[in-house]
Design a protein. Structure first.
Ligand SMILES: Nc1nc2c(ncn2[C@@H]2O[C@H](COP(=O)(O)OP(=O)(O)OP(=O)(O)O)[C@@H](O)[C@H]2O)c(=O)[nH]1
Ligand SMILES: [Mg+2]
Length: 340
C-alpha cells in the first residue's frame, strides 16, 4: 500500500515548515495504530482487535505532505495501562524520545468513543505531566476514534461530549485548550479521510505556532541527544585514526558503544524511578480520595440513622400520648342519664 500526500495548509519556508514529530499515546485498543495509519495514509502499523496489546514497542514511520513537509508518526504500546511494567514503560519512553530526536511537536492522546473512559486514562495525564512537566499539555491534542459509530447514531462529537464527558476527561480537554478531533479510521471515503487528517494537521500547526515553533524537549532529550552525537562524532574520529590495528579500532568502538549504552541505562533508570514515584503518589491520592468519600458517605448514613431514630421516638411519644388521652377519656365518669 503506497503513501499519500496530504495538504495541511502549510506555506513553504514558514518557520513551522520543518519535520513534525507526532507521538500517539493512549490505552491499549483505543485505536492509536489505526489513527497513525490514517495520518500516514497507509497500513504501516498493525492495528487489530484483541484483549492484549497489539503494538509491542514504539515505532516510527513517516510521510511527506504536499508542501514537502515530513511528518514522523511515532506509535506506542499502551504505556499507561495499569498492567504495564514500569521497567518496560521507561525503556519505551526513552526509545520514543530517542526517535523524536529534535523534540515532539504534538502528543496525540487517543481515546475511543467505543470504550468507556477509565480511571487509568484520567491518571495518564498526571503521569505525563509529572514525567515531562506541566508544559507538556501545551503540546497535547485529543483524538477520539470511532467516528463511524457516532455517525451511525446520528451524533456529533459535541453531542457525545455533552452526554458522556466525565470530570477527568473534561479536565483533560480544558488542559488541551479544547484541541480535539474525531477520527473514523474505518472509512473508505477518501474525502473524509483527507478532511479528518487535515483537521488534525491544522491543530498541530496551531500547537506549533502557540509554542513559537519550538518542539517539546527537556533534559532527558538533551542528555540523549548529547550521548548520540558524542557516539557518532567519536566513531567518525576513530574511523579516521591511523596507525591502529583493526582489533584496536574495534575495541575502541566497543568501548564507546558501551559508554553510550551505560548512559541510556542511567537515563532509563531515572525515568523509571520518576514513574514509580508518580504512580505511588497517584495511588495514595486515589486511596485518600476513596477514604474521604467513604467517610463522607458514613457520616451521611449516620445522620440519616439519627434522624430516623428521632422520627421513631417522636412517633412513639405521639402514640403514647394518644393512648393516654384515650384511657383518660375511658376512665372519666359518664354523664348522668337525662331525666325523661
Ligand atoms: N469502528 C472503529 N473501529 C476502530 C477505529 N479505530 C480503531 N478501531 C478498531 O479498534 C481496534 C484496536 O485498534 P488499534 O489501532 O490496534 O488500537 P491500539 O491503540 O493501537 O492498540 P494497542 O496496539 O494494542 O495498544 C481495531 O480492531 C481497530 O480496527 C474507528 O475509528 N472505528
Ligand atoms: Mg497499536
Amino acid at each position: 500500500m503506497g503513501g499519500r500526500v496530504i495538504d495541511a495548509d502549510s506555506k513553504p519556508n514558514s518557520p513551522s515548515n520543518g519535520e513534525r514529530n507526532l507521538v500517539l499515546v493512549g490505552r491499549t485498543g483505543n485505536g492509536k495504530s489505526a489513527t497513525a495509519n490514517s495520518i500516514l495514509g497507509k497500513k504501516a502499523f498493525m492495528s487489530k482487535a484483541g484483549s492484549s496489546g497489539v503494538t509491542k514497542t514504539c515505532e516510527m514511520q513517516r510521510t511527506m505532505l504536499k508542501a514537502g513537509q515530513v511528518v514522523n508518526v511515532i506509535d506506542t504500546p499502551g504505556l499507561f495501562d495499569s498492567s504495564a511494567d514500569p521497567e518496560f514503560v521507561s525503556k519505551e519512553i526513552v526509545k520514543c524520545i530517542g526517535m523524536a530526536k529534535d523534540g515532539i511537536h504534538a502528543v496525540l492522546l487517543v481515546f475511543s468513543i467505543r470504550n468507556r473512559f477509565s480511571k487509568e486514562e484520567g491518571a495518564a495525564i498526571h503521569i505525563l505531566e509529572s514525567l515531562f512537566g506541566k508544559k507538556i499539555s501545551d503540546y497535547m491534542i485529543v483524538v477520539f476514534t470511532g467516528g463511524d459509530e457516532l455517525e451511525d447514531n446520528d451524533e456529533t462529537l459535541e453531542d457525545y461530549l455533552g452526554r458522556e464527558c466525565p470530570k477527568p476527561l473534561k479536565e483533560i480537554l480544558q488542559l488541551c485548550d479544547n484541541r480535539c478531533v474525531l477520527f473514523d479510521n474505518k472509512t473508505k471515503d477518501a474525502a473524509k479521510r483527507t478532511e479528518q487528517v487535515g483537521k488534525l494537521l491544522s491543530l498541530v500547526n496551531s500547537v506549533i505556532a502557540q509554542n513559537a515553533g519550538q518542539p517539546y524537549t527537556d533534559e532527558i532529550f538533551a542528555e540523549l541527544k548529547k550521548g548520540a552525537t558524542k557516539l557518532r562524532d567519536t566513531q567518525v574520529e576513530v574511523d579516521s585514526l591511523k596507525g591502529y590495528s583493526k582489533r584496536e579500532i574495534s575495541e575502541l568502538k566497543e568501548q564507546m558503544q558501551k559508554s553510550y549504552e551505560d548512559q541510556l541505562k542511567r537515563t532509563t533508570e531515572m525515568v523509571e524511578s520518576k514513574l514509580k514515584e508518580t504512580t505511588t503518589r497517584l495511588e495514595q491520592q486515589l486511596a485518600e480520595e476513596h477514604l474521604a468519600r467513604l467517610k463522607a458517605e458514613g457520616a451521611a448514613q449516620l445522620a440519616q440513622m439519627k434522624s430516623n431514630e428521632k422520627i421513631f421516638k417522636l412517633r412513639e411519644k405521639l402514640e403514647r400520648s394518644q393512648r393516654e388521652t384515650q384511657e383518660l377519656r375511658n376512665r372519666a365518669p359518664q354523664p348522668p342519664c337525662p331525666i325523661l
